[in-house]
Design a protein. Structure first.
Length: 618
């Protein structure tokens, strides 16, 4: 009986404790703080969490002022006591948050300025625009915009900080590259400083492909192959790849002698350095020796050089001469546009031809062909000889306009970021077959794909010279891209593994290839990805344990640059960023701007903001 009564007494005490903890906040205005009861009225802590201690504290100090409150009034008083300290904290935290957002906004605007190649001083202009808009749209919030610092010095620091952060992210990404290739190109800026651009294309274990600027290396002295190679090696090692030379798969250049010389060229020096510092092992292409790095001239450059064999140089020279006579003199230009208006011509003006603008040739020829009657009338009025009165000359202009139109279509197809070498080689091979078709049709006087020649009717000349011209062009494409055709089996193994001849495959992939071609689920997945023209998702899903050699080979192929398009595009951005009005821009600031303009790795702005102490803008 005694033990039963003691058990009941303990159960009663524990029940009272649970009931007390459930309603002590409302009854005594207490909350638990770090395991101890905190009085919300006087903010004192009671050392022992017992009913008697808390009740004694409440009865002694607070019952006289709060004892009369009942039910809803008591709940409202409790809510006010609970939220009061939070509001006091927010009154201190809110200004800090606003300052951090102002700094974040400063970073965002600075990044846009760098990406758009605008002067750093434009930040002050942007702030004026922001304040003017705030004055009209939200006058009460204008003070927030005033806190955004966008002075020239601030924008400069922001761009450099973001550039350094993006470079640090690239180092972390590059550490996971299983294979990578380099694209090199060199050009001079407005201050005659030779700038070497080094881009890297890397593939990690998950087939994620990155194309990023390694460094822009200024070269104030000579620019020989040894100099270019030395600067490239420094840039690659600064990226943290000094121990990864065995992973390099290829080097792409613009074909300049300093780059591709047999012995003193930069590529030869890089290959020599990679062979000395790379790990041993057969990690090359299927048709390559160990450590052999695929070296090749930019595909876009080679495509642009192929039309040099078309012939008809006299025709092109005469066209350029007539166009320059019209465009190079202001009076002639105005009078010619008046003639076009009077004739209600299809175009309102003629085009300039620029040799370095690869796409301008077709536009000039097409425009001259369409405006030939207006050009003849204008030149004759100026007492100048005009060959456009000759039907054979007009026929040659029409042929050149048609064939350069096809060439420009290929050039545009090859351009763009993140282009893989498989698609580019496929485009070149397809165009070579198109040229063979065009040659056969011209020989039969079928002008289905020569719209300008077709429009001339019986006034065109014999097609024999045109057939010979296309024949020379086919031969040029065949010769220039012979290096890529030597590796065609390497490309086919990745682009069409299901149709690849197992007997022609190397021993290391034959068994894997048989397993791959026999798996119906893999076949279905591959066909879906081919329809989407994207093989990377298919390769990511290939089991690593079952197909290690095929995956390794695919990583090598996808790590190859197809062209130096990124270098050419970045040089265009460099001309905009470091112009005549900004010729004193430092190399550090120029590189930071170009990095932000080309990278897909966005800087970690919250981290950069947290590293700074927000200051009020002046």
């Amino acid at each position: 009986m005694a033990s039963t009564s003691r058990t009941a007494k303990k159960r009663k005490v524990s029940d009272e404790g649970r009931n007390f903890k459930s309603d002590w906040s409302l009854k005594y205005f207490f909350l638990e703080e770090k395991g101890k009861p905190l009085c919300l009225i006087c903010h004192q802590i009671v050392n022992v969490m017992k009913v008697n201690n808390i009740a004694r504290h409440y009865d002694t100090l607070h019952r006289a002022n709060h004892g009369e409150l009942q039910d809803e009034a008591r709940k409202q008083r409790l809510d006010k006591l609970v939220t009061g300290p939070k509001r006091q904290q927010e009154s201190f935290v809110k200004p800090t948050i606003l300052k951090e957002k102002a700094v974040l906004s400063s970073f965002i605007v600075s990044r846009i300025i760098a990406e758009k190649c605008k002067p750093f001083s434009d930040g002050e202009f942007v702030k004026e625009c922001m304040l003017a808009c705030a004055e009209e749209l939200c006058p009460k919030e204008k003070q927030k915009f005033e806190g955004v610092s966008l002075s020239r010095q601030t924008v400069t620091r922001r761009i450099v900080d973001m550039g350094n952060d993006s470079k640090e992210q690239l180092r972390n990404v590059a550490a996971n590259f299983e294979y990578f290739s380099l694209a090199l190109d060199e050009s001079t800026d407005i201050s005659d400083t030779s700038q070497l651009l080094v881009f890297v294309r890397g593939v990690d274990a998950d087939f994620s492909v990155y194309e990023e600027l390694v460094e822009m290396r200024p070269m104030s002295g000579t620019t020989t192959g040894s100099d270019v190679a030395a600067e490239t090696i420094k840039g690659v090692e600064n990226l943290g790849l000094q121990n990864s030379w065995g992973k390099i798969s290829g080097v792409t250049t613009d074909g300049a002698p300093a780059m591709v010389g047999a012995r003193p060229g930069a590529v030869a020096k890089l290959i020599e350095h990679a062979s000395e510092h790379g790990e041993t092992g057969n990690d090359g292409l299927l048709t390559s020796k160990p450590h052999e790095i695929m070296r090749y001239h930019c595909i876009i450059h080679q495509e642009a050089l192929c039309p040099k064999v078309l012939g008809f140089e006299k025709v092109m020279s005469a066209v350029i001469k007539d166009v320059n006579f019209i465009r190079s003199h202001a009076l002639n230009h105005r009078q010619f546009k008046t003639v076009l208006d009077e004739l209600d011509a299809q175009y309102s003006d003629s085009c300039y031809f620029t040799e370095v603008w690869w796409l301008s040739r077709e536009r000039v020829l097409e425009r001259v062909f369409e405006l030939r009657n207006a050009i003849v009338e204008f030149l004759l009025s100026k007492d100048r000889e005009c060959l456009l009165t000759n039907s054979e000359f007009v026929s040659d202009v029409g042929y050149l306009a048609d064939i350069t139109c096809h060439l420009n279509s290929l050039n545009l197809e090859l351009q763009g970021k993140a282009k893989n070498i498989l698609d580019m080689i496929a485009s070149v091979n397809a165009f070579t077959n198109k040229l063979k078709l065009l040659k056969r049709q011209l020989a039969q006087e079928d002008f289905s794909h020569f719209h300008s020649l077709k429009s001339l009717g019986n006034e065109r000349r014999s097609v024999q010279d045109y057939v010979a011209s296309i024949d020379r062009l086919i031969e040029q494409f065949t010769d220039r891209f012979a290096d890529f055709r030597r590796h065609q089996s390497d490309f086919d193994l990745v682009s069409n593994p299901l149709g690849f001849d197992v007997d022609a495959a190397p021993n290391c992939v034959q068994l894997e290839l048989l397993s791959l071609q026999s798996d119906q689920f893999i076949k279905t997945d591959f066909q879906c990805q081919v329809r989407n023209r994207d093989l990377l998702p298919f390769l990511r899903e290939l089991p690593r344990e079952q197909f290690p050699n095929i995956r390794r080979h695919a990583k090598i192929i996808f790590s190859l640059f197809g062209s130096t398009y990124l270098c050419e595009q970045t040089f265009s951005l460099m001309k905009l960023t470091k112009s005549k009005l900004r010729s004193r821009l430092t190399d550090e600031h120029l590189e930071a701007s170009l990095r932000l303009s080309t990278t897909v790795l966005k800087p970690d702005l919250p981290k950069l903001v947290n590293q700074m102490q927000p200051q009020k803008s002046h």
